[in-house]
Ligand binder design. Sequence first.
Ligand code: LFR
Length: 489
Amino acid sequence: MNYHIAVDIGASSGRLVLGTIADGSLSLEEIHRFSNGFTERDGSCFWDIDYLFEEILRGLQKAKAAGISKCTLGIDTWAVDYVLLDAEGKRLQEVYAYRDRRTDGVMEEVAKLISPDKVYAKTGIQQLTFNTLYQLYAHDAKELAAADQILLVPDYLYYRLSGRKINEVTNASTTQLLNLAEREYDAELLSLLKLRREQFAPLTEPGEVLGSIKDELKQQYDLPDCELICAATHDTASAVLGVPVQDDRSAAYISSGTWSLLGVELDHPVNTEAAMQANYTNEWGAFGTYRFLKNIMGLWLIQEVRRLDRERYSFAELAELAAEAEGYLSLIPCNDPRFLNPDNMIEEIRLACAESGQPVPQTPGELARCIFDSLALSYRSYLGELEQLTGRPVEVLQIVGGGANNTLLCQLTADIIGREVLAGPTESTALGNLAIQLIHTGEVADIREARTIIGKSFKIQSYLPRPLPQLEALLARWEALHAVSAGGS
Ligand code: LFR
């Protein structure tokens, strides 16, 4: 039996998942789970990167204690955030979390130096305030100049384990610094940031072997013998690899977690004028593909409501309360930047409803219902845009990730988009991470086979649309809400 471990760290939690394949079926076992989140200090938001690294070691220790002495290992995390290293490989700074407000207004400042059209034509990446381009522009210039290396978060975690510096492509593309045509860092964008190419390691493709865990770590912590394999280190890239294959129907996906990433996998980028206007992104995928998708504010909205409500209810309970609340009463334009990192999400949602003359949600159930209804409506709007931009009608929507567990949201989505929703697997990110390892060992021939196996090994729930008599009126209200708010691209 070959053992494979996916280290998968999202903005709200991390886990080490053991994957094994037998008789054409893939099994998962969670070895270790830990919480994640950024903390605010003196007005800035930071991740605790040392804690995350220690949790990886703890998880590997557990694996060893459970009898796993040899395995392969891949790491994925959220995107865009970075670590600066000095020439000795020491970290120069605390790791900013992408919701930090230091990038407020930076996009507009950079637009005065280089036009957004030009940046999009070069990179194909959607405009998000937290793209690494804008974060680096906002970074202390002296510190940046002094940095010997700039590693993205998963690259840094691999470095801490192995001592090897990499720059994995699926994640590197989210920096908004890669040139699509040249498939390399864009010289003009680097010079705008006064950066040198050598400050980034050479681009690394998923599947590359990165060596093993440093001996001193292995001995100190009693870790298994791990062959480190370069995963598709951007969690969304791994999640897309973990989407089960659809043979005869044209499908789009939503990777549903802290963010809802709605899109399709393409073998070519679509960095057209229309795609730029609609603010769709072309993030690089494994095997030369592109994730043509849109960031939608996602479950962050409900995560924040739950946190501010002192975690009185579980997510499942919030969904139950939402199911009991009246539907389609109050709607929010989820993608309005006001929801990116407000001081108080509950108050921000209430304010948005009051400003647009809608009933103000009071209870956790009403707040949750407002969020789920609004997310389902935004999925419909962006799905329509996606079809137009790709010229490809979508017959079925595949929801993967934690959000696939939210039966209410999945059903509302099917109702609103008027198409079948296929929900699952929830662990698509870990599965995509493992797929690269299984292809490396030859246990699986290619990504198509991996996706077929994933589809067979995990329960996929179908949601069929129910008739919605008030749909026309609802869509008109949704349109009107966006005309007023003018927010959210
Ligand atoms: C999802 C995700 C998105 C990215 C955002 C910030 O976890 O990686 O793809 O846009 O987080 O990194």
